[in-house]
Design a protein around this ligand. Structure first.
Ligand code: SF4
Length: 267
């Protein structure tokens, strides 16, 4: 009988972020096997999705009317009524798309791709990395660009950088970017206009994949999955099934005054 190969560990930026944020949350999402809580749409998440959908259409045809129509139909859907055309949120979505059209017009490239969503396996490292790239451009044979459109009020630099590094890895592999080519990876915020730029080489991709492998080796040996409640609990989908957040509020740091603690550690 042929020896069976161990399955590759599936990695995404979201999965890694979840582990960093709160290991209990990671456990709920990827280890427990529990059914995921239903998606809670918010006006902000709908605006983000709607603008991304419009930017995809724009990138595909280059005609601003296609994105405009996508945006309009998306927000007319009854399911998206909380951010629909009659709400205060819709003009913001329109404004961001208009900024997106200007961004699109400012990019001169030989070829472009929208919404690249791919798995990239590495058998030698035991991982399978997945990332979605909102937009990729070949500026010239040895110069490429990837963009992650942002629509929030602000972005956290370290998270954007980590996300761009993984997207870079996937772009370089999927589109067979030449060895010596450089990639400009950008988080481009369509609300604030801010651009977070990373200049990346093939060597950076190697360093990223090695880092991801070591990170995953650590995740794979985790057994405790301790909760680390904090501000992030507010947006955690598992909050209703997790007692740690509530417990933290109740206990506070008053536990330092309790007698059992003084006796247990008499220093
Ligand atoms: S509610 Fe808070 S403590 Fe509980 S899993 Fe979510 S992030 Fe972690």
């Amino acid at each position: 009988m042929e020896p069976t190969e161990a399955p590759l560990f599936r990695v995404t930026h979201t999965k890694m972020e979840s582990f960093r944020r709160c290991r209990k949350q990671y456990w709920f999402s990827y280890v427990s096997g529990q059914e995921w809580p239903p998606n809670r749409d918010s006006a902000a998440s709908l605006i983000g999705n709607g603008v991304h959908r419009a930017m995809q259409k724009l990138c595909e045809t280059g005609d601003a009317r296609d994105g405009e129509h996508e945006l309009e139909t998306y927000f007319r859907m009854p399911k998206h009524a909380i951010a629909g055309p009659d709400t205060e949120h819709y003009p913001l979505a329109v404004e961001m798309y208009e900024n997106g059209v200007k961004a699109h017009e400012s990019i001169e490239s030989e070829a472009r791709w929208a919404e690249l969503d791919t798995w990239v396996p590495s058998k030698s490292r035991g991982i399978n990395v997945r990332a979605k790239v909102d937009r990729a451009d070949r500026l010239s044979a040895d110069r490429w660009q990837l963009i992650d459109w942002k629509t929030g009020r602000f972005d956290l630099d370290d998270k954007v950088d980590a996300q761009l590094d993984i997207q870079h890895l996937v772009l370089r592999t999927t589109l067979r970017v030449p060895r010596d080519a450089t990639v400009r990876a950008m988080g481009w915020n369509l609300r604030t206009g801010e651009q977070r730029v990373r200049e990346l080489t093939r060597e950076d991709a190697v360093r990223t994949v090695d880092f991801v492998m070591r990170f995953i080796e650590k995740v794979a040996t985790e057994e405790e999955f301790m909760a680390t409640p904090g501000p992030t609990c507010t947006f955690c989908d598992w909050r209703d099934r997790c007692d740690a957040a509530e417990q933290n509020d109740k206990v506070g740091i008053d536990w330092l005054d309790e007698d059992w603690e003084k006796e247990a550690a008499p220093f």
